[in-house]
Design a protein around this ligand. Structure first.
Ligand code: NAP
Length: 283
């Protein structure tokens, strides 16, 4: 019987929750397979991918710092992966073909559906301009937000996101993208419908994001892509003010759900039990 071999590659990788998620689904769905974490420094990426492909692996996930580097080694990619410039999923074919996909966009969209139901979509604030910010901007465009304000520490990176999206969507881009210095964020808080932190600020081992959300509209929604800790200072402050909020755990689970589908052509269930297992692991 075929064993579906799957893995997540990254460096560091020890604390990745992906093996927990995928092995839970493989077991629940009685699929013969295993999902492991493989520490992969960026310089070894090509070697590791080639080895997995030759050894009959079905596919892999990619995490920091490999998502952008991987584009050099894939033979096929879709429009979203091209625009974002990063792949978090690889699909290996028997003939040695390697396809790259990005499921962070789907993961983000799915994770905020309930939070933004019936809410205005006039303005969004995105803090940070890395790979995760690109996936979030792509999702906001697909969700028809009218204006997206990118708040940067490094201007060049924000401008390059604006340039890449404008170039790729051409005249079909209905969303206006603005770039602003993070130091000026507080003036924009009053008007935004959604605020998303895509920086690592607030993550375990990092200082908190240094913004005061006092001026944020009570009807806005706050999303922090961080899930370790489960409650960052940003999430705690939002809760205190009665502002709807979400951490990044659902995004992580939903990007995994879509990855699983790409490899095995089956959609696993996102259950309360799975979420509890992951929350326990994080605590
Ligand atoms: P990345 O490519 O390294 O980008 C990080 C961004 O944060 C950069 O634009 C960086 O600015 C900015 N930044 C860092 N410190 C800052 C500060 N003090 N003030 C302002 N901006 C700051 O990383 P990434 O891949 O986008 O990931 C970012 C975070 O999202 C990580 O915590 C990651 O775990 C999380 N994430 C979560 C999910 C999920 O499923 N929940 C998925 C993907 C990512 P510079 O450009 O100036 O360096």
């Amino acid at each position: 019987m075929k064993v579906n071999k799957l893995a997540v590659l990254g460096d560091p990788i020890k604390h990745s929750l992906s093996p927990k998620i995928h092995n839970y689904w493989l077991k629940k769905m009685r699929i013969n397979g295993r999902y492991q974490a493989i520490k992969t420094p960026i310089k070894n990426l090509k070697k590791v991918i080639t080895k997995l492909c030759n050894n009959g692996y079905t596919g892999s996930n990619l995490t920091i710092p490999l998502k952008e580097e991987a584009l050099k080694y894939i033979n096929k990619k879709d429009k979203i992966t091209t625009i974002i410039g990063a792949a978090n999923v690889l699909i290996f074919s028997k003939t040695g073909n390697i396809e790259g996909k990005n499921t962070d966009v789907y993961g983000f969209k799915k994770s905020i559906m309930n939070l933004i139901k019936n809410k205005k979509r006039s303005m969004a604030i995105v803090i940070g301009t890395g790979g995760a910010a690109r996936a979030v901007v792509c999702a906001l465009i697909e969700m028809n937000y009218k204006k997206v304000f990118l708040f940067y520490r490094t201007k060049k990176k924000a401008e390059s996101i604006k340039y890449d999206f404008s170039k790729n969507y051409k005249n079909t881009l209905k969303t206006k993208i603005y770039c602003n210095d993070i130091k000026k964020i507080e003036k924009s808080l009053k008007k935004t419908d959604i605020l998303i932190n895509t920086t690592p600020m607030g993550m375990k081992g990092f200082p908190s994001l240094n913004i005061d959300i006092k001026k944020l509209n009570i009807n806005a929604a706050v999303i922090d892509l961080i899930y370790n800790p489960l409650e960052t200072k940003l999430i705690k402050e939002s809760k205190k003010r009665g502002i709807k909020n979400s951490n990044g755990l659902d995004m992580l689970i939903y990007q995994a759900q879509k990855s699983f589908y790409y490899w095995l052509n089956k959609t696993p269930k996102v259950t309360g039990e799975l979420k509890k297992i992951l929350e326990k692991e994080i605590r």
